[in-house]
Design a protein around this ligand. Structure first.
Ligand SMILES: Nc1ncnc2c1ncn2[C@@H]1O[C@H](COP(=O)(O)OP(=O)(O)OP(=O)(O)O)[C@@H](O)[C@H]1O
Ligand SMILES: [Mg+2]
Length: 285
């Protein structure tokens, strides 16, 4: 049975009771509009915990001015079906007012790791993420929390948050789930028109070109970056970044001979897509 709760106190009680029964609690935070990527996170949580909590909350704090908060896809009934199908124990779907009542004024904010890549183009975004995830961690008391590596920097930041603040939570990052043609699954893909959907492949085409060059021995970060960038620049309306970065710090590559993060964010019309690969670690995208 999947319980659906809207009040933070009810969610906390459900998780407390599970821990009281000696169960390990696994947390999967989402913004809803669930797809197979989200379901893979739930499966990973189930492999690592006994009681699975999924949160569905379009967090206003992490959307910037002019971003898509108002039109963000909301598909609650289908999402609940997906959670029931996976035997999720509790779904927490609060109203923004319940998470941020009048008088709310606390922010959780990390340092250097939040500055490059997404941080540069979405000012304040990660403060919104780390603040809401801290609240969700405190309500849930999970042993394990599961995130996707599509949002690679977010996963690194949340791992750092748990480490820095001594939260006894294992923060797991799952592989990116892709469509058959390679496009990374994203709730925002549903915004794409048919022609944008075709052009969206520019990202994975570029990541594959860089991956193949790496496999052939290429280790120059600028060369690999340029290979990833070419099809994005040709097919997208605008790129925020196509970057070669260190997979740990997200800053300048420190050991590009062994591992290199290539990360992309680019726009098709009103839709912004992100994707990445860690060369030397991930399989071919
Ligand atoms: N294709 C994917 N593979 C694996 N994990 C994913 C994938 N897409 C999203 N996730 C993960 O699901 C969790 C919830 O993300 P979210 O609800 O924002 O979905 P989303 O698809 O990223 O939506 P959007 O692209 O609109 O932000 C995050 O940890 C995210 O990294
Ligand atoms: Mg997302």
């Amino acid at each position: 049975m999947t319980a659906v709760v809207r009040e933070p106190a009810d969610f906390r009680r459900a998780c407390d009771e599970a821990r009281g029964r000696g169960q390990r609690v696994g947390l999967v935070p989402t913004m809803g509009a669930l797809h197979a990527g989200h379901l893979s996170l739930i499966d990973e949580a189930k492999a690592r915990a006994d009681f699975i909590a999924v949160t569905i909350f379009v967090n206003p704090l992490q959307f910037g001015e002019g971003e898509d908060l108002d039109r963000y896809p909301r598909t609650m009934e289908a999402d609940l079906e997906g959670c029931r199908g996976r035997d999720v124990d509790v779904v927490f779907a609060p109203d923004p007012k319940a998470m941020y009542p009048d008088g709310f004024q606390t922010q959780v904010s990390l340092g250097e790791i939040t500055k490059p890549l997404e941080g540069e183009f979405r000012p304040g975004h990660f403060d919104g993420v780390t603040t809401v995830v801290t609240k969700l961690f405190n309500l849930t008391g999970p042993s394990v929390a599961v995130f996707g590596r599509k949002d690679y920097q977010q996963w690194r930041i949340l791992s750092r948050l748990a480490l820095d603040l001594d939260m006894p939570i294992e923060v797991v990052g799952c592989a990116i789930i892709r469509e058959a043609d390679g496009l990374a699954l994203s709730s925002r893909n549903r915004y794409l028109s048919a022609s944008e959907r075709k052009r969206a492949l520019g990202i994975v085409t570029g990541l594959r070109a860089a991956y193949d060059a790496w496999t052939g021995g290429q280790r120059n970060p600028d060369t690999l970056r340029a290979l990833a960038a070419a099809p994005v620049e040709a097919l997208f309306d605008r790129a925020d970044y196509v970057a070669a970065a260190d997979p740990e710090t997200l800053g300048a590559p420190e050991d590009p001979e062994s591992r290199l993060l290539l990360a992309v964010a680019a726009h098709l019309g009103k839709t912004r897509l992100i994707d990445n690969v860690v060369l030397g670690e991930d399989p071919r995208p």
